[in-house]
Write a protein that binds this ligand. Structure first.
Ligand SMILES: Nc1ncnc2c1ncn2[C@@H]1O[C@H](COP(=O)(O)OP(=O)(O)OP(=O)(O)O)[C@@H](O)[C@H]1O
Length: 285
């Protein structure tokens, strides 16, 4: 079932085009948004979180239109949003911060609010830090607190802007487990620079570049973009800039086959790099 439909969405900041006519349909499950710096990911997520109005185009969420004030209020009741820089008040304790956000989310019954704050603290494994002030939490713990506030009120759509940034491997595992659980029944849209996150978590992947969607499909189809274009060779390939030496001491090249190279199975990252390379060439033409 489609939760979010985006049609011809455009957003400019002065002469910068952040979104250039984005079309997208997102349904229940976890969708990953990949793209280089400045691709427009945060701008798109902010538009969907109703934190930013686009210049043109339309969005429908749960069949509602965020441009209509009454619909916007209803949408806000049904979404959770973790911005890129959540700006958590440093002097609040983790508990008080969540309690405050829960009030903003209209959970007015005190007992219900207490239970909900405790629930999300437990979800992100911060129960034992409930009374710690935000400024005393580690970066990863703050990120978990940011996720916790997005989960308050059990939203139908969870929008996460780079949720795994700055997490150690253990915390990343915790996030992955949590996000994949969420995605069983809800729509989760997350941006990331980690292609491993996409492979591990996402049923769908959207790649953006230059304010446009340049790929939409399954992670394995993104890997497939580089099918027959990834090579391993014992010697550095001549004339190719796109190679690196892997842990086995072999040279991995993306593009044309170097002399004496063997074909390698492409991964998501290979497909992503191919796609951006190809797009860059198309844009340059
Ligand atoms: N508030 C703003 N004022 C002016 N320009 C902006 C603003 N926000 C974003 N931009 C510009 O819009 C473009 C898209 O930025 P956006 O933050 O959406 O990209 P992104 O894909 O999220 O990048 P990153 O991966 O670096 O977070 C960039 O060129 C950026 O410099």
């Amino acid at each position: 079932m489609t939760t979010v439909t985006v049609s011809g969405l455009a957003k400019h900041y002065g002469s910068t085009t952040a979104l250039a006519a984005v079309d997208l349909a997102i349904g229940v499950g976890v969708t990953g948004l990949l793209g280089p710096n400045g691709a427009g990911k945060s701008t798109l997520l902010r538009c969907l979180a109703t934190a930013l109005a686009a210049d043109s185009g339309s969005v429908r969420m749960f069949g509602l239109d965020p441009a209509v004030p009454a619909d916007r209020t209803e949408i806000r009741r049904r979404i959770g949003y973790l911005p890129q820089n959540p700006g958590l008040y440093p002097n609040f304790t983790a508990y008080d911060l969540l309690d405050y956000v829960a009030v903003l989310k209209e959970i007015t019954d005190t007992r219900q609010r207490r239970a909900e704050v405790r629930r999300v603290l437990a979800e992100v494994e911060l129960t034992d830090r409930a009374q710690t002030r935000v400024r005393r939490l580690s970066g990863g713990m703050r990120q978990r607190l940011g996720l916790a506030q997005a989960l308050l009120g059990d939203p139908d759509l969870v929008i996460l802007d780079e949720p795994t940034v700055g997490l150690d491997p253990e915390q990343r595992m915790l996030f992955r487990a949590l996000i994949s659980r969420l995605g069983e029944q809800r729509t989760v849209l997350l941006s990331t620079h980690q292609t491993e996150d996409v492979g591990a978590l996402c049923e769908r992947v959207v790649v953006m570049n230059g304010g446009r969607v340049v790929f939409e499909g399954r992670p394995r189809d993104l890997a497939g973009v580089a099918e027959g274009r990834v090579w391993l060779s014992a010697a550095p390939p001549e004339g190719s800039a796109a190679y690196w030496r892997n842990a086995d001491g072999l040279y991995r090249t993306i593009g044309d086959a170097p002399a004496g190279a063997e074909a390698a199975r492409p991964g998501i990252e290979d497909g992503y790099l191919m796609l951006l390379g190809r797009t860059a060439v198309e844009v340059a033409r």
